[in-house]
Design a protein around this ligand. Sequence first.
Ligand SMILES: Nc1nc2c(ncn2[C@@H]2O[C@H](COP(=O)(O)OP(=O)(O)OP(=O)(O)O)[C@@H](O)[C@H]2O)c(=O)[nH]1
Length: 416
Amino acid sequence: MKYLTAMYISLSESLGIYTRDQLHELLSNNQHSMPISRHRAAILQSRVFFFCAIFAVLVPTWSLIDRLFLPDSLWLELVLIRLLSATAFALLAWQARKEPDLKRARFMLAGMLSVTPLFYLVSNHWLQAYELSGTEQVIAELYALLPFVMIAGLTLFPLTLKELLAYATPMLAVVVLSSLPETKSDIPQAVSTIWLFSLILGVAMFASLNQLRYMLSQVNRASYDVLTGLLTRRAGIEMLDLQYRLATISENNLSILYLDLDHFKTVNDVYGHDAGDVVLKFAAQQLSATVRKGDSVIRWGGEEFIIILPTATPDEANDVIARVMKAGLGSRPDGTPVTASIGVAEVQADTVKDWKALIELADHRMYTAKTSGRARSVGIQETQLLWPASSAQCIARSTADAPATVSDNQPEPVAS
Ligand SMILES: Nc1nc2c(ncn2[C@@H]2O[C@H](COP(=O)(O)OP(=O)(O)OP(=O)(O)O)[C@@H](O)[C@H]2O)c(=O)[nH]1
């Protein structure tokens, strides 16, 4: 038992699994965030493209070798399936160049991994019908390596355990079926083939999971802001681009809120950067907790946030603002509420040409909210005062009255 526990620990460490979530991320893609799914789709599709393009050329080219060493009738049969396989690979390569999409990527990979076992089953059937010897025999033996090559190829794709099992099981079935011993003397050969295949499969799964783990850590690092846990600007741009395109294609609305915390600099200046961090972190948590599941909150800059609200109408965007108000953004170290100026823009009423124009518009409206006295939102037609006018004035006053510097040992901000 001790030995098994030690093995489990060392396996978890080598796969970088330290939390339950990390384990779930490796088991299935249910908990993968949008940036991860997008990156994985892009990697899978680009690799499927690469290998299918190579196989589309290599598979028919190999028939020159068959031509030299195999009987004519067998060569003709093999050419036929080589051409069919090459066509399938070329089609897959062509499809894999389309926009990355996880469903499509998995489908392409399944296609790629099925062509070779099918090719192997048919070629094996034909090869068995001939009495081959010498060089012919050697060439025939090379065909038997095809499933091993394919299973080893899994190492090149960052896959979850569920996907690996789904892809590997049919291949394992093909190998078991084609190795079934006809006589007692064939048993050792069959066992060693299946054993070798299982070993390579185990190593391939480990390598694939390791690659997924590495990809997850890289994407998470680039996509999530360390302080707030929100999407970084870089990941946010990808999300905006995607959501804008989805809204245009589906003719749905898309609203965005551009929030900038008011007089935030003074928190840093007066109470120190650490206190500023606490205020920022709390405000970010409040925003995340307020939005719906499909919405995204981005840390756009220092104390600037963008909330993407797919399909939201202006009324629904106002509902989100009302929820933000109800939850509050926390308090500054002096007890005054954290307020924000918000610019609202939307795809349908604001006729914009792309997501950049949408952001510019929301930014412009946020700036209008700032210059109109802060603590309010500005949309296409309306301006709403969100916090009582006294809040913003009070903050402005306290900013002016605040001592020049205060030690870092200030009371932490209190959630409102
Ligand atoms: N503590 C902390 N401060 C940050 C962080 N990122 C940016 N800031 C600070 O946020 C402040 C932003 O200040 P300004 O853009 O001048 O705006 P403001 O004081 O909020 O005033 P208005 O936006 O005009 O209401 C700067 O002092 C930055 O140093 C961060 O990660 N942590």
